[in-house]
Write a protein that binds this ligand. Structure first.
Ligand SMILES: Nc1ncnc2c1ncn2[C@@H]1O[C@H](COP(=O)(O)OP(=O)(O)OP(=O)(O)O)[C@@H](O)[C@H]1O
Ligand SMILES: [Mg+2]
Length: 360
């Protein structure tokens, strides 16, 4: 079991100094626009992933006019207390410690407090570029497979090196084939690992997403999710060789696991081109709830679930349905924000579970 019991926030976004105690599993957070509901969820996200959910740099998250921030959380994992502290020093250096021991690498922390967020802009996961879906997939797998995360970091580093080398070759007119040989061979191990892991993981995960989608939408439209990768047909080692001349001309690496895609279709048409807003939202929830289930199975306890503004644009039935799935069928801790105290209170009361309401 994973619970966050207390958070202390100092100079983070609009919070000067504020502490919140969380005494229950279900927590409703209400307040008008711009008061700091999303910022509070992002502070929790920092404690789980050592960074913001919204892709902003650490410096941008410091309270304007001040230097550095500090976020401290008191967690409980399987009845044992854990203390996590994330500090951005005035120098701009970030430190993260667990039980007062500083991590050498932030990546070592990923997965320690598994966490899933559903936020308004997450629709890009469905409508955006393939990178959005790869990031979703990577964030999910990295939380229970440390080797995957390390291979991913290595691959990305090598990919950057390869791409900048290709640029230099074009600029100078000198091609260093032996350097390419080295980079290509170094990329093979992480590429193979990542491809195999994605393929085996998605084999079980994608059907689960479809099942959840049907449960949420209560419709029978035919949707399909398919893992597409050029590595299905050719090994990375062969692929990178075949593409070499093309890459030299394009000055970038044109094939590899960084181009993988999860193709989503409805009635054989690209989902993002045909689905209604409600259908997109249903699929988004299906992906995220499948993530919650997988993390629970892999870690042995349910992840934290941060639901930001999810009630917007959902009819009452769908809200009830969704809340049942995330608060009753899932036994993890859930944080839900809303601008409307009364609506939040009524929905949570209907669940017949203990809950806490926090006004910002
Ligand atoms: N670095 C920062 N320093 C100070 N204030 C900041 C910083 N970053 C963001 N803010 C402020 O935080 C506020 C937004 O907070 P947040 O997004 O948490 O609001 P919210 O309660 O979720 O609102 P909504 O209901 O509209 O989603 C804005 O007023 C913004 O100016
Ligand atoms: Mg918000």
């Amino acid at each position: 079991m994973l619970r966050l019991e207390k958070i202390n926030i100092t100079q983070f976004k609009n919070y000067k100094a504020r502490a919140f105690d969380f005494s229950t599993r279900i927590i409703g957070i209400w307040g008008n626009n711009g008061l700091g509901k999303t910022n509070l969820l992002d502070a929790i996200h920092y404690l789980c992933f050592t960074k913001s959910y919204f892709g902003r740099s650490d410096a941008q998250n410091v309270l304007y006019g001040t230097n550095g921030f500090r976020i401290e959380g008191n967690f409980v994992i399987n009845d044992l207390p854990e203390n996590a502290v994330c500090i951005l020093r005035e120098t701009g250096k970030k430190e993260f410690s667990i039980n007062h021991k500083v991590y050498e690498r932030f990546s070592h922390h990923i997965g320690h407090f598994p966490c899933v967020v559903i936020a308004p802009d997450d629709a890009v996961l469905i409508t955006g570029e393939s990178k959005e879906r790869r990031t979703f997939l990577d964030t999910l797998i990295a939380q229970f497979d440390k080797d995957y995360l390390q291979h991913l970091i290595n691959y990305q580093k090598l990919l950057q090196q390869r791409n900048s080398s290709l640029k230099v070759f074009a600029e100078t007119g000198k091609r260093d084939y032996s350097l390419l040989d080295v980079l290509d061979s170094q990329m093979t191990t992480p590429a193979d690992y990542i491809f195999k892991k994605r393929a085996s993981f998605l084999l079980a995960f994608l059907p689960r997403v479809i099942e959840l989608y049907h449960e949420i939408s209560q419709h029978n439209e035919k949707i399909s999710l398919i893992y597409e990768s050029s590595l299905h047909h050719t090994s990375f080692e062969a692929l990178i060789k075949i593409q070499r001349e093309k890459d030299l001309l394009l000055q970038r690496t044109s094939a590899g696991i960084h181009r993988d895609e999860i193709e989503i279709k409805m009635d054989d048409i690209l989902f993002k081109n045909t689905a209604s807003q409600g259908q997109r939202k249903s699929l988004l929830f299906a992906l995220k709830l499948a993530e919650v289930q997988v993390l629970k199975e892999e870690k042995g306890f349910a992840p934290l679930l941060l639901l930001d503004d999810v009630f917007e644009k959902l009819d009452e039935n769908r809200i009830e349905n969704l809340l049942k799935m995330v608060c009753i069928e899932n036994e993890g801790q859930v944080f839900i924000t809303d601008t409307n105290k009364e609506r939040l209170n009524n929905h949570l009361k209907n669940l017949n579970l203990q809950f806490q309401l926090i006004g910002i």
